[in-house]
Design a protein around this ligand. Structure first.
Ligand code: PEP
Ligand code: MN
Length: 282
């Protein structure tokens, strides 16, 4: 028996597929679908967010991201709009029909976020915040669990176990790079985690090449590598004007670069789906 019982493949042989429904769309995460989550690191203001949200929808994004509560290393850096930004995400969701994801750092914000947010993100720094995980385990809403800054695969799956144990089976794992001795990139992306998680667990896994590398020029190649390795999708940061972003501009794609990456990913995902179909015939 694996230490992570409910997350393990032994417990559930078939892949978990997360289904998210908005008034005008159904989005799936898992089993060969290449789901693309895109948006700025942080929601900065209503005008820019709505403009970008429409743009991203037209360019093929499946889900919109946008942080309201930002876990910044320095308390003097922009901390996000907080609760006052929820209406902006709600409006973007309504106008585009795309589901939205945002990070929850504190259980006290759950009541504010719950009615308007389709996926609650647990950031790297909170992967082992067990009281937060237990609270999210009681929900009927998908949770994206990012890998901790230096977490092992086992620690990560055991964190997922906290959510599963509470009854919430809708978990998406997100590899976002881990801390190593390498300093050129923000983190070191562990592509090997993708096939490993696929072997160990039935949960979907996506990759965040933005936080994994910290460099926008590496985002598209790592996104392609993630999908080629079998990831169920990617989450990338996009900003209308990265040089002026209030956070993570250096790793943010422009909408034009996002469009290029999205086209490349469609080709990779088609190959994956063909391979899955031919394997099913064997
Ligand atoms: C984020 O995705 O907004 C974020 C803060 O990422 P991480 O928790 O991976 O650092
Ligand atoms: Mn960011």
């Amino acid at each position: 028996m694996k230490p992570f019982q409910l997350a393990s493949r032994d417990h559930c042989a078939t892949d978990t597929i997360i289904t998210i429904v908005t008034p005008s769309r159904k989005v799936l995460i898992g089993e060969g679908y290449c789901t693309v989550i895109a948006g700025p690191c942080a929601v900065e203001n209503k005008h820019d967010y709505l403009y970008l949200a429409h743009h991203l929808k037209d360019l093929g994004a499946d889900i919109l991201r946008g942080g309201l509560f930002k876990p910044r290393t320095s308390p003097y850096s922009f901390q996000g709009l907080g609760r006052s930004g929820v209406d902006i995400l709600a409006q973007a969701r309504l106008e585009t029909g795309l589901p939205v994801i945002t990070e929850i750092m504190d259980v006290r914000d759950l009541d504010t976020l719950y009615p308007h947010i389709d996926i609650l993100q647990v950031g790297s720094r909170n992967m082992q915040n067990y009281s937060l995980l237990e609270e999210l385990g009681r929900l009927d809403k998908p949770v994206m669990l990012k890998r901790g800054l230096s977490a092992t695969i086992e620690e990560w799956l055991l964190a997922a176990e906290y959510v599963l144990k509470g009854g919430n089976k809708q978990i998406i794992l997100c590899e976002r790079g881990i801390r190593t001795f390498e300093a050129y990139t923000r983190n070191t992306v562990d592509i090997g985690a993708v096939p490993l998680i696929k072997q160990l667990s039935h949960l979907p896994i996506i990759v965040d090449p933005s936080h994994a590398t910290g460099k926008w020029k590496m985002v598209a190649p790592i996104a392609r590598a993630a999908v080629a390795a079998g990831a169920d999708g990617v989450m990338v940061e996009v900003h209308q004007d990265p040089d002026r972003a209030l956070s993570d501009g250096k790793q943010s794609l422009t909408p034009e670069n996002f469009a290029r990456m999205a086209t490349q990913l469609v080709r990779h995902a088609q190959i994956n789906l063909k391979q899955a179909a031919s394997q099913a015939l064997l």
